[in-house]
Design a binder for this molecule. Structure first.
Ligand SMILES: CC1=C(CCC(=O)O)c2cc3nc(cc4[nH]c(cc5[nH]c(cc1n2)c(C)c5CCC(=O)O)c(CCC(=O)O)c4C)C(CCC(=O)O)=C3C
Ligand SMILES: [Fe+2]
Length: 391
């Protein structure tokens, strides 16, 4: 693009989202057909030390659904919802979408945004909580994409600046749709078991060591207690359980459990697993269970296979009535929450005082990840944090 074009595009950041001139939806990506499955899994697990057996097994989960992960379609729906919401509120902010592990790849979208003259990009990751996989790894992906642009000849001074929006696990636009989902799931259970149903809040298991070092250094723990990752999930679980009690007048027992464990068997990951939990609940005489996938933003493969296929089969085997509540997906309240996060951060970056919307006990999460937040196993550059090599 000519310098003149770049200058006029760069000057376009005015209005309530200034200094931002674009929003990037940054996600995981997933295969869209049988031929994509193996290369996708290779992208995901490169250098991550996942046993072959586990990969074969996960490949079968995808092949069972025709090799198609629902995640890309769900992100397209979220893109539509965001564009509708922005347009409906007079917010003139282009929305781009890029993934870590599958097309449209982040690297390509970053190149496109730079060519379009975007200079200051707000980034929304499709992960609501702190963890290496859900936060720092995305920041590393952003740094890699910027490094690639430099390799391709873009001057460092011309690189777009990227800011990752704060964790939104406790934003009402994320929590409220899940509360409604749990109420709907409860209503779907046979009436005679409803009042005694357990709420099984579930999220992705991660290695205990990664959980312990999740979030800012001051929140790190030792011995598998779980750091910010577990603390944030417990806050959301409590919020939803309290709201359900307020709505139904019944206090339902609840637990936070885990799913989708990967890695080598000798390395400890967060437990208990949802299937073991269902068995324990059944043995203890629980009449029914609602699985609440608070760890996920949409009903992607982890939800479709690990909960809707595997855990449901376990419950059927036990004769345990079960329901699974919806993730936020493209709920308009979530789209509105994203707009709120963009405007909040924009105002903060302009140096204005901001009111930050957050439920629960933890308060709004930080804007900028400090040095040592969710550390990687080895040193790798990460953008959009205090340790970023970029401006
Ligand atoms: C915390 C977390 C989230 C939630 C936050 C977020 O959403 O980001 C998440 C999401 C997702 N995980 C996904 C898929 C996979 N995750 C894997 C492996 C791993 N996930 C991990 C963690 C997380 N993962 C970890 C610590 C590993 C071990 C390898 C490593 O240390 O990196 C593997 C390899 C095979 C396996 O072993 O399972 C696959 C295929 C998909 C796409 C689903 C679809 O296609 O619909 C999504 C949204
Ligand atoms: Fe994963």
């Amino acid at each position: 693009m000519s310098d003149q074009l770049r200058a006029s595009a760069a000057g376009s950041a005015e209005g309530p989202a200034a200094p931002y001139d674009a929003l990037l939806l940054l996600s995981f990506g997933g295969p869209e057909g049988p031929d994509d499955v193996v290369p996708f899994l290779e992208n995901v697990t490169r250098g991550r030390g996942i046993p072959r057996e586990r990969l074969k097994e996960v490949g079968q989960h995808y092949f069972g659904f025709g090799g198609i992960s629902p995640i890309n379609g769900q992100n397209r729906e979220l893109l539509d919802a965001l564009r509708k919401d922005f347009a409906g509120h007079g917010l003139d902010l282009p929305v781009y979408w890029g993934n870590r592990n599958w097309a449209p790849y982040l690297n390509d979208v970053m190149r496109e945004m730079a060519a379009d003259g975007r200079r200051r990009i707000a980034v929304l990751a499709t992960s609501a909580y702190a963890s290496y996989s859900g936060c720092r790894q995305y920041r590393e992906n952003l740094a890699d994409a910027l490094a690639l642009l430099v390799e391709e000849g873009v001057a460092e001074a011309d690189l777009p600046e990227v800011d990752k929006l704060r964790h939104y696990f406790n934003h009402p636009g994320f929590v409220q749709p899940m509360i409604d989902g749990v109420l709907a799931s409860l209503a779907s259970l046979p009436e005679e078991v409803r009042a005694g149903a357990h709420l099984a809040f579930t999220t992705h298991s991660i290695p205990n060591a990664a959980a312990d070092t999740s979030g800012p250094v001051e929140e790190h723990t030792a011995g598998g207690e779980g750091g910010a990752y577990v603390k944030q999930h417990l806050d959301v679980a409590r919020l939803i359980a309290d709201a359900v009690r307020a709505e139904t007048g019944t206090e339902l027992p609840w637990e936070l459990v885990y799913q989708s464990r990967s890695g080598a068997p000798h390395i400890p990951w967060l437990e208990p697993d949802i299937c073991d939990h269902l068995e324990a609940l059944h043995t203890a005489g629980a009449p029914a269970v609602v699985m609440v996938p608070i760890g996920f933003v949409s009903d992607h493969m982890e939800v479709l296979y690990d909960l809707d296929t595997e855990a449901r089969a376990k419950a059927a085997e036990l004769g345990l009535p079960i329901a699974r509540s919806a993730t936020v997906g493209a709920d308009p309240r979530f789209a509105a929450a994203v707009r709120d996060l963009v405007l909040e951060r924009a105002a903060a970056e302009r140096g204005e005082a901001v009111e930050r919307c957050a439920l629960g006990l933890l308060g709004a999460s930080h804007d900028l990840c400090a040095v040592g937040c969710c550390p990687a196993r080895g040193p790798r550059p990460a953008a959009a944090g205090a340790d970023s090599p970029y401006a």
